[in-house]
Design a protein around this ligand. Sequence first.
Ligand SMILES: [Zn+2]
Ligand SMILES: [Zn+2]
Ligand SMILES: [Zn+2]
Length: 455
Amino acid sequence: MAEVNEPVNNTTPATQIEQNEKAMRLGAEMLAGRIVDIRPELDFTSELGFIYPAVEQVLAVKGGEVVSTLELLADKGIVKREFFDKFIHCPQCLSVVLRPSTRCPKCGSGNIPRGRVFEHFVCKYVGLEAEFIHKGRYICPKCGQELRTIGSDYRSLGMLRKCRDCDEVFNIPIIKWRCLKCSSLTAEDGVSEVNVYSYRFNEAKRGWLEFELKPKSQLIEFLKKRGYEVKENAEVKGRSGAKHSIDILATRDDGVITCNIAIGIKVAGDEIGLGEIFNFDDIAYDIGIHDKILVVAPALGKEAEKYASLQRINVLGVKDLETVLAGGVPKPSEGVKREPFEFNSKSQFIEYLKQQDYEIEENTEVTGRSGAEHSIDILATRDDAIITHRVVVGIELAEEAVGLEKVFDFDDKAYDIGILAKVFIAVPGLTQEARQFAQRQKIKVFEVNDLEPSS
Ligand SMILES: [Zn+2]
Ligand SMILES: [Zn+2]
Ligand SMILES: [Zn+2]
């Protein structure tokens, strides 16, 4: 059985799917030109202090949900973020309605009048001009002497502030924030700062988004109708231990063979180079998938095309895909059997494959890559419109357990004719050694006591 490691995280939280769905709905609006620039508007009655009215209207959501949807689009590169403004929030009640309040840096008092400040040389008293004025003359409030000549009796320190509570004289007051909702007072660096952005559609992503919104979802439907389980952005751990992300992972287990298709989507603005194909092929190899489809737009470069063909990557342009999707009206799904499949005769086995839409060739001759002719017990082919699955089936009937060399020969033959989906039916069974070999070579084995002759 072709084995694919289970996706690392196969349960997507419902909220994440919903979020994604909202983001795409908004993306569609931008694509259609119904929304272009998304700019925040100030609204101090709202939860965040600002709103995006157009988005609220389209998605019928508010506040934080709007922002997280926009951020999701920004993460996907569908919109570009631009700094708009910075908002501060009261750490106590999260209100955005705050008023700055100037304070004495020494004692924090707000009672800090501003004015010209004098220093009386004799007694060193420092105070606001207003404190010295007495009946039209300057009289020192500390020592009672009159201040007559500036420069010799006293001097002016300029426009400053003096704290009425602690007498501190200073130039720059500190700022504290007074929340107008809960009245709490917060130090200047104690408030939470939130950047607010405006968002603009990223034209470079137009092609990608167009694909994402239509053909991709159609492709997924198409696969589901054919009995595949489909995972988008599937996280899969490879044999190397590395974690990979596959755009679409489609799996269909029909009881005989498990088909795994790795679908890569390269819808860029530019020609797709060799490096990207390498990367996709490497990942597919690491996770042990040999059915590979690459959906590309606009097209592959020459080198990349050659390499894709060599590595048996099925390359589909967006137009090809549309043709496939338009042409393939699937039969109503007969449902894929999940229970262990059992059979008593070769004809029953073949009948089952036919039910699963396989075309069957029995006792056929196939020329291998080496040039050798191989006789194949059953060659099963299923055309899924986007990919053709070929399964080679070997049947070995013996008096006692079938040994390693028979399985080895079968595996060799399959390799030479280039078919990786292998089924071996052994009557009455396999030796331990043969079974281990089959497992290692990913040969799906059916060990049956008896196989009635075909009718
Ligand atoms: Zn004085
Ligand atoms: Zn003070
Ligand atoms: Zn508050």
